[in-house]
Design a protein around this ligand. Structure first.
Ligand SMILES: C[S@@+](CC[C@H](N)C(=O)[O-])C[C@H]1O[C@@H](n2cnc3c(N)ncnc32)[C@H](O)[C@@H]1O
Length: 306
């Protein structure tokens, strides 16, 4: 298979209705609290079962599930603390180069382009986005989405939709100024030699929800390749990676977890995780504040100070 979407559960949400629900505290709050209690009670069992599963399971490179506006707090942190760290003022006219690896159908890089053009309109940036599968690259380049593909985020807002898409019949087309900010091509995270030939070191590199689809040996190789893609002062976004490995490798490479909004981002990224997360190799555990190295384990944004 060459990266055909293997996830059929995209279901559009109504952005206006979501916005109304978010404004009214009530049922949703208690649902979250109930989930937290279940998560805490089942936590030791889950950790044990998941570690057993990880030892024997085969991973797949064809899981392409993605989402526009997947984790709004991560975006907020990007346009705030992350850009501050990278020096938004001291760029001296230099364009901010962003690399998004494993971009699936393009939802992630277009979301970033939409967010930055809306919230940091004077920022000069370009996103180079890649995926293993040429069919995903083609889909991303086309920039056209069904309603279900465009609107299935739990957090979708009318503002994001209006800034990101033009409507043509039933299709949601990414607006031309955003498309101009992103270029797509095929690349394999495991092919370090080619990556180093093709990519200049970048200030911001993302490889999200992909490392947990690789065996630990391959994830180590991919992580090393990602580290080598970073400029001397840079930031790595790495949501969706085995927790133990994340702690080990970020320590080994001297990367520092960004503490801002850490818990909230982690919780948002788990929104589609089933209650029995331990039955899925890509399942991530609920945030547990007593875990050693919790900022590394649950962090999705890491700083390289140079
Ligand atoms: C679950 S999707 C994540 C998409 C997006 N980054 C996100 O977070 O929404 C994982 C993507 O990783 C890609 N992938 C798998 N193995 C890869 C590899 N070795 N190199 C580059 N991309 C890979 C798959 O094709 C798929 O599109």
């Amino acid at each position: 298979m060459d990266g055909r979407p293997d996830y059929t559960g995209y279901v559009a949400k109504d952005p206006e209705q979501r916005a109304r629900v978010r404004r009214v505290p009530g049922k949703a709050y208690w649902r979250v609290k109930a989930k937290e209690v279940v998560a805490a009670l089942s936590y030791p069992y889950g950790v044990f079962k998941h570690s057993q599963l990880l030892r024997k399971v085969d991973r797949t490179s064809t899981h392409t599930y993605t989402c526009f506006y997947r984790a709004p707090t991560q975006l907020l942190t990007l346009s705030g603390p992350v850009l501050n760290f990278l020096g938004r003022q001291e760029r001296n006219g230099k364009r901010l180069e962003i690399v998004v690896m494993a971009c699936s159908n393009g939802a992630e890089p277009y979301t970033i382009a939409s967010w930055l053009t809306q919230h940091v309109p004077d920022l000069d940036f370009h996103i180079t986005a890649t995926d293993l599968h040429q069919s995903m690259v083609d889909k991303a380049e086309a920039g056209e989405y069904t309603r279900d593909e465009a609107l299935h985020s739990e957090y979708i807002t009318p503002e994001f939709v209006a800034h990101t898409f033009d409507r043509r019949g039933d299709l949601y087309e990414v607006r031309p100024p955003l498309r101009a900010k992103v270029s797509f091509s095929q690349a394999d995270l495991l092919d370090g030699e080619t990556l180093r030939e093709r990519f200049e070191p970048a200030s911001l590199v993302l490889a999200q929800n992909v490392l947990f689809h690789l065996s630990p040996d391959k994830a180590r190789i991919a992580f090393d390749n990602l580290y080598r893609m970073l400029a001397s002062r840079a930031v790595l976004f790495i949501e969706g990676m085995d927790g133990d490995l994340r702690v080990e490798l970020t320590k080994q490479y001297g990367l520092e977890p960004l503490a801002d909004n850490l818990r909230r981002i982690y919780s948002e990224t788990r929104v589609h995780t089933p209650v029995a997360w331990w039955d899925y190799y890509w399942g991530s555990e609920p945030y547990f504040p007593l875990r050693p190295d919790k900022d590394r384990r649950y962090g999705t944004i890491f700083l390289k100070r140079g």
